[in-house]
Design a protein around this ligand. Structure first.
Ligand code: BJ8
Length: 427
């Protein structure tokens, strides 16, 4: 069937056959996993629509803005500040992808034992199936894990517009580390200004901060409502909101989340839930889950538990902590931006005790019965850190299951058996 967006995709240089195949798989998985859920809030209809148009209407919107002079910046990490992009008249879109694509081609450029997230980044480029990547005016990479750091060297050579910008990220939470991050944010601000031709002012930066603060506040409202029993929304649906967070129009997204929260508050009052009261409650912690990586949450929620929080960059790591917008100079606002992002407790930092503490706090705040630590195969930082996480949880008498997997469906049976046994232990 011809899509009304085909001409746009063709203009962007997508491989239409491969892209159609991807959309078919995505649509099928969404039907099976999402639309088959019971007791979904009505407010999720907006997110169903966003997902159905993720490569259609949203791209058209961005291209229309681009035609009017706005720039599109793509990023792979929550360390890239949307506030600075917005202040410079650019939209930031998340580029991480959660599906294997063109793996044979990918493995000509990357070692086999590279994590699925990085491989999928390459697969989407080599397969020419990502309209966000193809339309972006600037792609921002960052020196976080070794895999990404080295992969960007090659990615830079295969991007159609050769428009990769790499941001350095500290590895320690020291005075020097903060100074490095601050310096990088100033350098990024200059790069955005150069790209857009717009001079960032105190007012525009403050406006950017306020827009993202408001968006984060709405997400926080949603996350907190999940503390209720019965949980008013499934983990799958909340994950979808987190997945849409980095790429949707910020004002519309904020509004939709707030409407969803209004509905969830009523559900809580009426004791209505996505699952019955006393369903075992799980916190997921670890690597980010980009669209359409719904594998583990689908296994958990089809095995008799509900997910009540995500300690992840597609989750609370990217949505918590606000930025003080009271500064009256660019320097002061950049300081405030640095302060917020410097609290991101990604496993690339050493030591990273804040994260262990935060996981325990989240267990308490969301009344979780146990934690599933999700590590992507070959992800050194999160797999290494899963052991101290498990120990810290053991000390706090919080049950923990460590899972290591990838984007393939080959281990579904084994995963389900382990998850079911863990849930049984929580009952
Ligand atoms: S701030 S979590 S978004 S780096 S899964 S590519 S770590 S080998 S994604 Fe991340 Fe930024 Fe950190 Fe968040 Fe490497 Fe691990 Fe792959 Fe990963």
């Amino acid at each position: 069937m011809n899509s009304p967006h085909e001409a746009m995709w063709q203009k962007l240089g997508l491989n239409l056959d491969s892209h159609n195949a991807l959309l078919q798989v995505l649509g099928g998985a969404y039907n099976d996993i999402y639309l088959n859920q019971k007791n979904r809030p009505k407010g999720m209809e907006y997110f169903d629509f966003v997902l159905s148009e993720i490569h259609g209407q949203r791209i058209q919107e961005l291209l229309d803005e681009q035609a009017a002079g706005r720039k599109i910046i793509g990023s792979y990490c929550v360390f890239v500040p949307e506030e600075i992009c917005l202040a410079g008249n650019a939209s930031l879109v998340g580029l991480c992808s959660g599906a294997d694509f063109a793996m044979e081609e990918v493995e000509k450029l990357l070692p086999r034992n590279t994590c699925a997230l990085i491989k999928s980044t390459f697969g989407f480029r080599l397969g020419e199936v990502c309209p966000y990547l193809e339309s972006a005016d600037m792609i921002v990479g960052e020196n976080t894990c070794d895999g990404k750091k080295k992969a960007y060297e090659t990615l830079g050579t295969i991007l159609p517009k050769k428009n990769l910008y790499v941001m350095d990220i500290p590895q320690m939470k020291s005075v020097e580390g903060r100074a490095l991050l601050r310096g990088e944010y100033l350098r990024f601000m200059k790069a955005v200004e150069k790209l857009t031709g717009v001079t960032i002012t105190v007012e525009s930066l403050r406006e950017g901060i306020r827009t993202v603060n408001t968006k984060r506040a709405a997400m926080h409202r949603l996350l907190k409502l999940r503390a209720a029993d019965p949980a008013p929304i499934s983990g799958l649906d909340a994950l979808l909101a987190n997945q849409v967070f980095p790429s949707d129009n910020p004002a519309r997204f904020t509004d939709s989340i707030n409407k969803l929260c209004d509905e969830l508050e009523k559900r809580i009052e009426a004791k209505e839930g996505a699952f019955p009261a006393k369903t075992p409650r799980i916190l997921i912690s670890g690597c980010p889950m980009a669209v359409p990586n719904w594998k583990l949450p689908a296994v958990v929620e089809s095995s008799g538990a509900v997910i009540v929080g995500e300690e992840s960059c597609v989750g609370e790591r990217s949505t918590r902590n606000q930025i003080d917008d009271s500064g009256t100079t660019i320097d002061a606002l950049i300081d405030a931006i640095t302060d917020r992002y410097f609290k991101v407790d990604c496993a690339v930092f050493t030591p990273n005790n804040d994260r262990l503490q935060h996981i325990k706090e989240m267990v308490k705040a969301y009344n979780a019965d146990g934690v599933i630590h999700y590590g992507l195969q070959f992800c050194q930082p999160y797999l290494m850190e899963s052991i101290p996480v498990e120990r810290a949880l053991e000390d706090a008498e919080i049950p923990c299951l460590r899972v290591e997997t990838d984007y393939s469906m080959e281990d579904m049976g084994q995963l389900k058996t382990r998850v079911e046994a863990f849930i049984e232990q929580l009952r």
